[in-house]
Write a protein that binds this ligand. Sequence first.
Ligand code: NAI
Length: 336
Amino acid sequence: MKIAVFSAKPYDKKSFDKVNAQFGYELVYFDARLKEQTVQLAEGFDAICIFTNDVVNQSVIEGLNRLGIRLIALRCAGYNNVDLDTCTKLNIAVVRVPTYSPYAVAEHTLALIMSLNRKTHRAFNRVREGNFSLEGLMGFDLHGRTIGIIGTGRIGLCAARIFKGLGCRVLAYDYQVPEEGLEIGIEYVELETLLKQSDIITLHCPLTEQNYHLINENLIAQMKDGVMLINTGRGGLIDTQAVIQALKCGKIGALGLDVYEEEKDLFFQDRSSTIIQDDIFTRLLTFPNVLITGHQAFFTEEAMGNIALTTLENTQAIEKGQPCPNQLNQELQATV
Ligand code: NAI
């Protein structure tokens, strides 16, 4: 089976080539992102493997279908970038990697919180310039603070365990209340309560149509003054313009982002020699209390190995017509 791997970086190639020794697929790596202009690269392949910012809209899927692609293997958990209905209509199976290391993302969430709180991102620069002043670097004890988690699935629960270990009070809002959440002492509350009481709010829910701009002007107004907001979920969960207004007036006291709603034209590339045209993003960069990482929360050795393994296992199951629990359009199982 011949697989075109889009948005492939040297680190993807390394982890996939290592795991592929057990599978023996023909993997061809393309640095290009999948979109209307690059879909033709999939000619001659049986399947494609894609990542979070590849574009899989109706026109791209129709193009893939014309080229005979029968499988889209996502090497990530979120699939908000895929028009699943069109894939199903055109008999194209879609698989994903629902879990590869919830620890990676939860631990990165903690890294953002710790840096923003103790201002290590600023201290790093100061000390290198011989400036040992502590002015502006004061943080707060996390112990005893209230953390609000929106979405307690795999990553949210993992984050909750970390915060519990630090002695925080952990509130959560989710449509479902997992047994494990109660066991580790999470207090499940209404969203309004979480917004009012949390010193730090962290998002661990998926981006869906209903969750688009979940954090908007109205919700921000209900938060504590000076709240710290963290998003390692998906950029579209936050209305960035509303957040900028809240940062300007101090309503939001600190913002940590690993994802950004318009990230697909920015992230995963070295753009240090180009002029960034996105004025909203560049405005965010001007705040001293904003810390942005370029969608790296997943990026650990363990996660990369698991991603490659699950992606190729998914591919093998579809190829052999075996049930694949990670197939998003299960209704196609019999026909692929
Ligand atoms: P999961 O599916 O295990 O859990 C998501 C939880 O969110 C579920 O319990 C669901 O009921 C809840 N939820 C959905 N909408 C909600 C809402 N409006 N309010 C409250 N709860 C809501 O997903 P998992 O594995 O924990 O991942 C969460 C998200 O993290 C993924 O969808 C993905 O977008 C993002 N992610 C980001 C990564 C990164 O590198 N930054 C890496 C991996 C995942």
